[in-house]
Write a protein of this length. Sequence first.
Length: 622
Amino acid sequence: MFDIQENLKKLPDSPGVYLHKDRLGQVIYVGKAISLRNRVRQYFQTSYQNSSPKVKAMVGHIAEFEYITCGSEMEALILECNLIKKYMPKYNVLLRDDKTYPYIMITTSEDYPRVVKTRRISRDGNRYFGPFSDAGAVNQIVDLLNQLFSLKRCSMTEFPPNHRPCLNYHIGACRGVCLGHVNKDQYYESIAKISQFLSGKDKPLVDLLTKRMQDASAKMAYEEAARWRDMIQAVKSLKETQRVTMISDQDLDIVHAVKDRDRSFIVLFPVRDGKLSGRETFPIQSDEGDTRGDMVREFLKQYYSQWARVPGEILVDEEPEEKELLEEFLSREGRKVHINVPKRGSKRALMDLTRRDLVEMTKTLQVRAETHREMEEAVYREMESLMQAGGFHRDPEREGKPYRVESYDISNTNGVDSVGAMVVFSGLERVRKDYRRFRIKTVEGPDDYGSLQEVLYRRFRRALAGDPGFIRLPDMIMMDGGLGQVSAACDVLDAMQLEIPVVGLAKDDSHRTRAVVFRDGREVPLRSRPDLFRYAGTIQEEVHRYAIAYHHKLHGKNAMHSVLDNIEGVGPKRRNELLYHFKTVDNIRNATVLQLMEVPSIPRHVAENIVAYFQKHRKPVK
């Protein structure tokens, strides 16, 4: 058994990080210290335990602690930040936003850099921009830049003498780096313009696009001019949230902490090129005793630790503790970061503006939060009523908690590329990390009932086997269809000896959902229950969307498979070059050996294989 008093005596008088654990061995708090001996001992002194309810509660749960010594306070700060992210301790102030934000990476470590989206940053010699909160916008930006500048797309860095270009070169989407057709200085001019744009300076790019649009219009190439016009609109749309301009063209961030009875969050206002260009909100896990200063300090550590490049200045409402240490921690590549509380001038005016915006935003959030609570309570009451109407029983340990609902759908095209989808809701919230997709393996043709049974069997078989990704069972299964789907699902659950409530959503002749149906055929009409009707409709739409998206992805992938892939000697590269040269498979089917050999990558023996294949598989003339 861990003896706290004995281990306190062994603590070193050196910088480090300490981890408090409960009886189950779970990390409940991570902290750093200049002196581990002095800092950790404080928690077990009576005077310190009475300082706040949070500390008192935490100390009451400490069963053991461990520590890691560091060479300096800065090393301890970095390690503390990493461990907080790893363990998400109960008593730490936590940034609750668990999304992995995308970045745009310019692969400057390569001779001819590429522009790609990534969700990981590393010290690899490449340049990163971000993170961005809108993944869709990132995809749009990357596609636009690659299209506009005809950048290298492939990851190859060396090309053999006989290398032949890919389809991107043939359709004009790449300049042909692999062929040595690109002037390196000109290529780097394009990369410099892209870097400038991604740093927030969009005017040069807009000017370039405008010139190309005008040139195309002067030549009466109106379709091309329209394409450049659309690109200009796409670039400008990224900046349409700008609301105020400062005197300077500085990059900085403004960070405010908001704390009320029910929730805490950080609001970040990014300023790029002197322009206020948006607002982001981050939920924070904090305790009643945590101040706004505590929240800001922890946010700065946890949020900016994932950034490759931090703005040169961060404006806050009050100077945080350990300001100098934080500034050193945030500084990157020799570029100093300053944390300031502006007292006068344009920066103070900007702070006042964002505070006023914050007041209005807080009112809106409070109204939304209250509306959300009311909706949650209404849905909970409806689910309780539904359980009672169906004679179902819920696990007593789940009483008072949001209902966990699973829904399933099948998608296929005339029985081809059939897939199943499972979505999960906890009350009103979509639990996306628990969504699952299934390729149908045992059912042939358009048999939705059989496909649903296969999906349900595979899902609950893995749950019974203890698979962590499937082990949590739903409070209710809400089938998209009516009595037939409910019966099919219940047959599987009965066979597996699982008692999980199942209901279906019956539709009218116009295919509109009209009622909840139970296994015995009883129905609960939805016309007079608008809250349940909206909730069921939301679940239906989500499971349809998820199933169809997976089916389209799989079907599109399989559609890319060509009959040419079945011919010996024809791989993806030769297939693409054949299609580019002959335009259609029918033209290839009717070509002679000599005509096929006109494609540079097709030698005689491959041409003969192609001709032989189509002769063997030629359809008989009726």
